[in-house]
Design a protein. Structure first.
Length: 456
């Protein structure tokens, strides 16, 4: 990479456009993207120098902030070429991110047909499948034979996003079936399309959430899926490359939410510092107010702590164990929901598993805690003559707190999903804060049960 950057800088210094163009056109698309990352001030020049097909392929894999910077520096003619050559789905994604005035300006560069198409695509909800689809596909009729299908593909296939799958429609545009290209290539040319149909096509609705489309692709091993409206009219297709981008964005957003912040929506190093603080401060304030309840709970048990100071030594141990088990459970369930392995209907199965696993985990930690107290008591008087009661308190408290943490961490994502919220919002810090407060109540309640009349 270093050698490539040095070569480009030399060509830029020489201002030899022909050599620069030849060098850039011979690089892999990913290498040009890396060069734009390394030399962002020359990004627009690289896009302008590349031939239009390669420029489009590079531009479409750049992140939005970089795309926006490049568009602002490109001359109007090059912008027109670029926007016109961008696949409709990538063009829609770009327009969706830009401000209204910028979109209006760019749409003027499109042909009347493309302009109409862009406006139709932008009419769908921001996170819907309609925003991802492209109307560039190959459709045939069931009465055609393979010869006619191949002739149709030769004529129109170059304008299609993919020809891996051919779609069968009727005279009204209703989707009847889809046929893989290999099934067409491996049969007699006189075979009718109707003979190749099996009626097992899978489609997406234009108004479906993009997250659902990710799961459909994952479960059905497809490179493209048709998109239909409520009347099953074929509107376009969604290809797996777009789904991979969306899956990456969803994953990034969920990880940021699990960490206790709002989704950033742009790369970490590109986001304005004040916006970054604003994204983080909301959850921090909520978590801080929640943790204040911990002090309230400790105040309620102040007299118990005064009588048995030894109890205070184990407060961090108790609340951290509960928070850790809750964070584990929450993360596992959010991931399982994202993969479609767990749904709201599975809540009882999840709860049953977490009750059993929470008890097993709690008993394991409880035994370790009791052994630790017993071992220290053999060599010191740290826990006093009633160390057995202290050990039993810690043991049973850990069982209760870890069990409660596991239940809270697993049920909160399902509850939020039921209420229509994002399950990732039940982030690890949120679960940990909840378990901190309730963990103290469990701890001191168990202490009163074992030590009342002795230390309390």
């Amino acid at each position: 990479m270093e050698e490539m950057v040095e070569q480009i800088e030399l060509l830029l210094e020489q201002d030899d456009k022909n050599q620069l163009q030849e060098y850039l056109n011979n690089l892999n698309i990913s290498d040009v993207e890396s060069l734009i990352d390394e030399l962002p001030e020359h990004g627009a020049k690289f896009i302008e120098t590349l031939n239009i097909n390669r420029a489009v392929n590079v531009f479409r894999i750049l992140d939005f902030p970089t795309q926006e910077r490049i568009i602002k520096k490109l001359p109007g003619k090059k912008i027109g070429e670029l926007i016109n050559e961008l696949p409709p789905d990538d063009r829609t994604a770009l327009f969706a991110e830009l401000h209204g005035d910028a979109v209006k300006t760019l749409i003027l560069h499109l042909s009347p047909a493309d302009r109409k198409e862009a406006l139709v695509l932008l009419g769908y909800e921001e996170d819907s499948v309609g925003r991802l689809m492209t109307p560039d596909y190959v459709a045939v009729r069931r009465s055609w034979d393979v010869n006619r299908v191949l002739s149709h593909i030769r004529r129109y296939g170059k304008n299609s996003e993919t020809i891996d799958v051919i779609y069968v429609i009727d005279s009204g545009g209703t989707l009847l079936d889809d046929i893989r290209i290999r099934d067409i290539l491996l049969v007699d040319p006189e075979t009718k399309v109707s003979e190749l149909m099996d009626g097992r096509s899978i489609s997406l609705s234009a108004n479906d959430p993009q997250e659902e489309a990710i799961n459909v692709f994952r479960m059905n091993n497809r490179t493209a899926l048709p998109v239909v409206d409520a009347e099953n009219i074929l509107l376009g297709i969604v290809t797996v490359d777009d789904i991979l981008w969306i899956a990456n964005e969803e994953y990034t957003e969920d990880i940021q939410k699990i960490g206790g912040t709002e989704a950033l929506d742009e790369p970490y190093l590109d986001i304005n510092l004040f916006r970054l603080v604003k994204k983080r401060v909301g959850w921090l304030v909520i978590l801080f107010l929640g943790e204040m309840l911990t002090a309230t709970a400790m105040g309620f048990f102040e007299h118990s702590i005064e009588k048995a100071v030894v109890l205070a030594l184990f407060i961090p141990l108790i609340i951290s164990s509960g928070g850790n088990s809750g964070s584990q459970a929450s993360t596992l369930i959010i991931q399982a929901m994202a993969l479609g392995e767990v749904t709201i209907a599975d809540w009882w199965r999840v709860m049953r598993r977490e009750i059993i696993s929470g008890l097993m985990l709690g008993i394991t930690l409880g035994i370790i805690g009791f052994i630790r107290i017993g071992a220290f008591s053999l060599f010191s008087d740290m826990y006093g003559p009633h160390w057995v009661l202290v050990g039993l308190t810690i043991c049973f408290s850990l069982v209760g707190v870890v069990l409660w943490g596991s239940l809270a961490g697993s049920m909160l994502p399902l509850l939020l999903k039921k209420l229509g919220a994002d399950p990732a919002t039940s982030s690890a810090p949120f679960v940990a804060t909840l378990v901190d407060v309730t963990g103290l109540i469990i701890y001191f309640s168990v202490a009163l049960m074992f030590m009342k009349g002795v230390l309390l």
